[in-house]
Design a protein around this ligand. Structure first.
Ligand SMILES: Cc1cc2nc3c(=O)[nH]c(=O)nc-3n(C[C@H](O)[C@H](O)[C@H](O)COP(=O)(O)OP(=O)(O)OC[C@H]3O[C@@H](n4cnc5c(N)ncnc54)[C@H](O)[C@@H]3O)c2cc1C
Length: 279
């Protein structure tokens, strides 16, 4: 009954109800958990999101936004059996604008992170968020989890990469906080409510992101350490020598190298045979 009304209000293009089609939205990233949902909504525009939220509200249906579904903690899946509607943002995926002159871009929530990184790189620009899931996770999911990734040391978390947001609120209104001002001291900065909120306060539909010039030189070192304390000392030394230019510092136990070798047997160990990295 609910589903018929939802489809009659929003149309077939937006609403998926056939379990064969909704199944892939109901499985977690690791393929270990399978849940049920009432329907999957796939808006193409911010206005689609707004009218879908209004329709669900009218019918008393609760909703769960879903990005790339790479979150690993089931945040993008319904937690009430067969009682919730999934909002997939995957079709809201346009890069609206890249402004080389002021190092900013406006991207929709469903853009895959890697797609955004590639598009700005073509213009000699750099978007610093980098994580293992970047080929699948979406800008809206990155914002809603305040993702960190590899480059936090130098560039900070996703919160630091944002100028402004566009959000559909729980009553279906569109909140336009899409400023690209770098120096902005106008009152309370409401966008921070939505960053890291996991979709509980609204559905992020687009973001104005900060870009940087692409680095012209990058150096990477792999150092074998005998103890965790050695790693901490080397971190302190590198940080004081490189200042804010150090982008990332990652600790990799021996077990991680072994796993990589197991998955890709043709890999050569990057360390000389006689080194004994810890663990
Ligand atoms: C291999 C791998 C490596 C990873 N590495 C890191 C890492 O280094 N650092 C890190 O922080 N995370 C990491 N993650 C976790 C995950 O990739 C991030 O949390 C990512 O930001 C989630 O984005 P997503 O689009 O997949 O969001 P989803 O998993 O789909 O959703 C995450 C949460 O955000 C909400 N949400 C999604 N889109 C919207 C939207 N448009 N509006 C409102 N709410 C929304 C969902 O309801 C859910 O609560 C990793 C995951 C994998 C699989």
């Amino acid at each position: 009954m609910y589903l018929l009304r939802l489809t009659s209000i929003l149309g077939d293009d937006l609403v998926l109800v056939d379990p064969a089609q909704t199944e892939r939205y109901c499985r977690d990233w690791m393929g270990e958990v399978m849940v049920e949902c009432l329907a999957v909504l796939r808006p193409r525009t911010t206005e689609d999101v707004a009218r879908s939220v209004r329709a669900c509200r009218k019918l008393g249906l609760s909703i769960v936004p879903q990005g790339g579904n790479t979150g690993l903690v089931l945040g993008g899946l319904p937690d009430y059996p067969a009682g919730q509607v999934i909002f997939s943002l995957e079709r809201l995926n346009r890069i609206r604008k890249i402004e080389s002159a002021d190092f900013s871009a406006i991207v929709e929530a469903g853009c895959i992170l890697q797609t955004v990184k590639d598009a700005v790189a073509e213009k000699g620009l750099f978007f610093p968020l980098a994580l293992g899931a970047q080929g699948s996770c979406q800008i809206g999911g990155n914002l809603s989890t305040n993702a960190g990734g590899l480059n936090v040391l130098r560039y900070g978390m996703m919160r630091e990469q944002i100028f402004g947001l566009e959000v559909v609120l729980p009553d279906g209104q569109i909140w336009n906080g899409m400023s690209v001002l770098r120096k902005d001291n106008r009152g309370v900065d409401l966008k921070h409510f939505f960053i890291g909120a996991e979709g509980t306060l609204g559905i992020v539909t687009a973001a104005a992101i900060k870009l940087l010039p692409k680095s012209t030189k990058i150096a990477t070192a792999l150092i074998a350490v005998a103890s965790l304390w050695d790693a901490v000392s080397i971190y302190g030394l590198c940080r004081s020598l490189c200042s804010d230019l150090m982008t990332a510092f990652e600790f990799m136990p021996r077990s991680a190298l072994s796993l990589a070798k197991e998955a890709m047997p043709t890999l050569d160990s990057p360390l000389p045979a006689n080194t004994r990295p810890m663990y």
